[in-house]
Design a protein around this ligand. Structure first.
Ligand code: TXA
Ligand code: MG
Length: 318
């Protein structure tokens, strides 16, 4: 019998080719992958994740050259960003070609495309004829997985195989952008920092404003949530309001002496924002599995990938 977690790419290919699901490693988070060209396989993704059908999936391809097979009328600025940031944690929302089933895109006319920067998944993608539709491998709304054991804990009973690519290095999901005439619009903060995109295109990125319809449910107010109530606060000043309960703390750089050691998780001792992002979801999984009532968390500096960390913390908080 094949173990549930392993590095057997050929087995993963066999499953995916028979319209089964496989969890795949990426540099951002683990994905729950299906043949994006098979409605039957894609339907399983929605059902296993308990994901509403109105929330479209990201399609993963082996290289930026493949984007043209699935999208059309691609603006020059998208090619430029693809060349700079792909493979990597950037997702481009583009006009879709009809080869992509409507189920993947929830019936809208655009498709989200991304080239993951992970050796195993690159090897996998280069050996199959179809792209992979893959949302994060967590039940809808819950904490994303950055290790195979996170996937096993959440979805182990529902999927046959988890391809083990170690820890996801970036640790937060891809940055999602779309295009409107000459403008670049940010739909979700993520692994590629806003500043890096603005440097490359030499102008400001527009934020999707609230009155416009929600285009990426990653933008929904509540998402990435642990089961425990999480409060985003100034921990040292506000701990007194919570000290009647069993408290866990997600610390940026240092543990506090007013809570037991095991009930705390440090994102980065050195205050390294990249390391903090890489540890973020592991920290949330760790704390959520403890015997505590609530989780206190604090913001990190709001620059670079720190903007994505703060965004996830805000959405995880109640
Ligand atoms: O880093 C990532 O992007 C990870 C890894 C596995 O690649 N995937 C991921 O997928 O985060 P998911 O399904 O958890 O989030 C995808 C987001 C959703 O918020 C969805 O609404 C948005 O992408 N999205 C997908 N297609 C879209 C489209 N055509 N227009 C706007 N948003 C779209
Ligand atoms: Mg997700």
């Amino acid at each position: 019998m094949t173990e549930k977690i392993g590095v057997n790419i050929q087995y993963a290919i066999k499953l995916l080719s028979s319209e089964e699901l496989v969890s795949i490693p990426t540099e951002t988070v683990y994905g729950l992958a299906a043949n994006a060209l098979s409605e039957k396989a894609v339907a399983k993704v929605f059902s296993v994740k308990k994901r509403p059908f109105f929330d479209p999936l990201i399609v993963h391809v082996s290289s930026e050259k493949k984007i043209k097979e699935y999208a059309k009328n691609i603006p020059d600025i998208a090619f430029r960003l693809a060349e700079k940031f792909m493979p990597g944690p950037l997702t481009l929302v583009l006009e879709k070609k009809s080869i992509i089933p409507d189920l993947v895109t929830s019936g809208i006319s655009t498709v989200a495309l991304r080239v993951p920067d992970h050796l195993l998944t690159q090897q996998l993608l280069s050996q199959i004829e179809f792209p992979l539709a893959a949302p994060s491998a967590n039940p809808f709304g819950y904490i994303s997985p950055t290790k195979p054991i996170h996937v096993e804990k959440m979805l182990g009973n529902e999927i046959s195989y988890i391809l083990d690519g170690g820890n996801s290095i970036v640790g937060v999901e891809s940055t999602i952008i779309c295009f409107e005439k000459e403008d670049v619009i940010l739909l979700r903060k993520g692994g590629v920092a806003l500043e890096e995109i603005e440097n490359e295109i030499d102008k400001k990125v527009r934020f999707q404003n609230n009155s416009e319809s929600i285009q990426a449910p990653g933008m929904l107010k509540s998402h990435y949530s642990p089961l425990k109530k999480l409060f985003l606060c100034n921990i040292d000043n506000e701990f007194k309001y919570f000290n009647k309960q069993k408290v866990g703390i997600l610390c940026f750089t240092k543990k506090r002496n007013f809570v037991s050691n095991v009930n705390q998780f440090v994102l980065s001792k050195e205050g390294n924002i990249l390391e903090a992002a890489s540890n973020l979801f592991s920290g949330l999984h760790y704390l959520d599995d403890l015997d505590i009532d609530i989780i206190l968390a604090e913001n990190v500096p709001n620059r670079g990938i720190g903007m994505a960390i703060n965004d996830r913390l805000l959405k995880a908080s109640s």
